[in-house]
Design a protein around this ligand. Structure first.
Ligand SMILES: [Fe+2]
Ligand SMILES: [Fe+2]
Length: 188
């Protein structure tokens, strides 16, 4: 595949953000999702930001490769993949050491409590820590999210910034519920 020009990459980035808003706005609006801003994931990145980054990377890759997939489930699963709703650095009883093994199941149960999930969305959340938790991703969408999660975690840990992503996602990174954010990027 020939290399994409910068303008083409910008278009894919805008389209990815449009789709995240289209299929995930009801999730992003909730107080519980917004509460993820106060839980840190890696370094200075909150779980809210991390979840948007994972959704973005998964959608970007699918759009770039022109994959015929279920974007709605991909986005909803990605946004909710770490919906465990606690700060895993601050669990005082030592159980945070098992966070890596346990949080996917916890995220799935919490997400099922708060949202109507289909089988694909549940599988995306449940298997995103593969191969660590030995639960095999059943769908292409699940694979995309587990790969995007690893890529995102690596970048966050080593403070690698993706300026195109940050530019395109800025309205959603700053979004705090309520009406649609102004200045959403518009793809052609
Ligand atoms: Fe996770
Ligand atoms: Fe994650």
């Amino acid at each position: 595949m020939s290399r994409l020009r910068e303008e083409e990459k910008d278009e894919i980035a805008k389209r990815a953000v449009e789709l995240i808003w289209k299929y995930g706005s009801d999730i992003l609006k909730t107080d519980t999702m917004q509460s993820e801003r106060s839980f840190m994931q890696h370094g200075k990145v909150s779980v809210y930001e991390h979840s948007l980054f994972v959704a973005y990377h998964a959608v970007y890759k699918a759009l770039k490769k022109r994959l015929a997939i279920d974007y709605r489930s991909l986005i909803r699963g990605a946004l909710l993949h770490d919906y465990f709703l606690y700060d895993w650095h601050k669990v005082g009883d030592g159980s945070h050491r098992l966070h890596g093994f346990r949080h996917a199941r916890r995220a799935k149960l919490t997400a099922m409590r708060d949202f109507d999930l289909n089988d694909k969305e549940m599988n995306i959340i449940d298997t995103h820590m593969w191969p660590l938790n030995m639960r095999w991703p059943k769908y292409r969408e699940s694979f995309l999210v587990t790969l995007a999660d690893k890529k995102t975690a690596w970048r966050e840990t080593f403070h690698k910034r993706d300026m195109r992503m940050e530019r395109a996602l800025r309205p959603l990174l700053e979004y705090r519920g309520g009406e649609a954010p102004p200045e959403m990027p518009k793809a052609k």
